[in-house]
Design a protein around this ligand. Sequence first.
Ligand code: BGC
Length: 618
Amino acid sequence: MTAYELDGVKVKGYIATSLLDSFEWLHGYIYAFGLHYVDFNDPNRPRTPKFSAHYYYQVMKNNGFPETAEFGKLWGRFAEGFMWSTATASYQIEGAWRADGKGISIWDKFTHTPGKVLNNDNGDIACDSYNKLEVDIGLLKQLKVTHYRMSISWPRVLPDGTINNINEAGVDYYHRVIDALLAANIQPQVTLYHWDLPQAIEDQGGWLSDIVVDRFRDYADFLFSRFGQKVKFWITINEPYIIALLGYGYGSFAPGISHDPGSLHYVAGHNVIKAHAEAWHVYNDKYRAEQKGRISITLNSDWAEPRNPYKQEDIDAAKRYMDFFLGWFANPIFKGDYNEPMKRIIRERSLAAGLEKSRLPEFTPAEIERIKGTHDFFGLNHYTSVLAFSVDFGDTQNYDADRGVAVISDRTWLESGSNWLRIAPLGFRKLLKYIKEEYGDPPILVTENGVSENGPVDLNDEHRSFFYENYINEALKANMTDGANVIGYTAWSLMDNLEWASGYGERFGLFYVNHTNADRPRTPKASVPFYTTIVRCNGFPDPADGPHDCTNSLSSTSAPISEENPVNFLGMKLSIDEAVTGLNTTFALLIVSVVAVAGVTSLLIVSRKRSKKRKNDP
Ligand code: BGC
């Protein structure tokens, strides 16, 4: 298009290769070039149009390219006071699992059960952060973050989970962490619960018993009383979805319960919601006036696109995916009660299976009122997007069958070191907009966002810089263009740490931690100066208004992305520009689909604008 438009080359036509996936010579059927997917395992060789087929159709129909403002980079900065943060969690970094009177958590027990965690890794030492406070504060200073999201290990301060037995050494440790942060002018954002439940509470039923609601309220009360003078940002619970579903449904995370996958995750989720609400009320009633902090919960969610944006069933599947993921917890807290689709589907499927009532517990009207509105902001963890489609799982009574959705990834989304995580920045913008529209335009604090690698250590982590640049830019678009009230951003994670059941193999850190070295040394990856530059610039100032002092660190210290340092894209080595093109092509179709669904047909030919923008990309 550029050659035709800008250089006057007389391009008369264009042939897209290929109509179908087909025999690719020496590569057999492994390389699939088709606009249509062909199932070679099926003797009928059925053809399914890929996103690219729909996209190509739009290009032909418009005799050019659709509006591209969505794909280019948006220059601009976040509002003053935007919170730039990075995060860790106690069990993932602290180690010192038996030190100074700490109690045992469910993750201590789980990791010590052979076969539960990859390579039988555990958090006994982890990053040894319990003994490396000064070092870690140094890393945060290097990043120039204004905030740091950390979590408190419940059994380190209350070894048996109750306030009857306080471990002052543990309390002291967190005072030292918080004091050191404040001395470095970094504001702590403290999560009360990031999955390390005291084993003593699990022994009484854990999240399946409503005893935990009172215990959690007491624990929260205790933390506010001890740390509330210093901490102004509280997050009650990290990711109820994972706690409930992986801990008590699939059993792939601690405490590893999977014997009743039809019900127990709903019971656990129910108690998590109630516990959160109690903690919020304690703060609201007893501490807010004096301590003047803010408190909320962190929910995690993918973004779901319909696999085929032209098929109503897939559109419904994508919505159901969101209702069963984000909506499971966001609805009771932001709107009151579970959402209607979840209530209806689970009730119907339960009764059809001969049960007397729904497997999804009910809140009483009083509980609905007590839970509704227990938020000061919307804490969001987001990593990836999926393409959703409907599947009938028959009579099976479990979460997936209730939801009736299966997912795949778009093949052009960059891979990461985690099989569940594909790089899909545009989904982030859509999710932020969805939260604004669905949940009453709350202030949104992004409490986690990041990407992993595995395999051989390579400190030149271009994929992470690429991820942060593109995801944060989508957040900026959500903020500036869509009006989502994004108040802060948190990179997961400060350093490589214990990635739960995946052990130390999946590395999300900005800093590399050598876990085979007893000292657990930290080394900055190339993404450190990259992220620091975004932090210092408070976004992406337009080079046309420059020069900008804040960009200096990037040019001098970040690893160059060049032919010698290509990005791994679909198993191919590409320059970062080529990888961006791959992503834009993918999302172009998604945008086109939305536009098409909305019945908007006047797409603009703006390739000139687009190519100019791309050249200016740093
Ligand atoms: C969790 C983190 C985890 C990260 C990457 C989030 O679900 O809060 O603890 O390490 O995702 O998997």
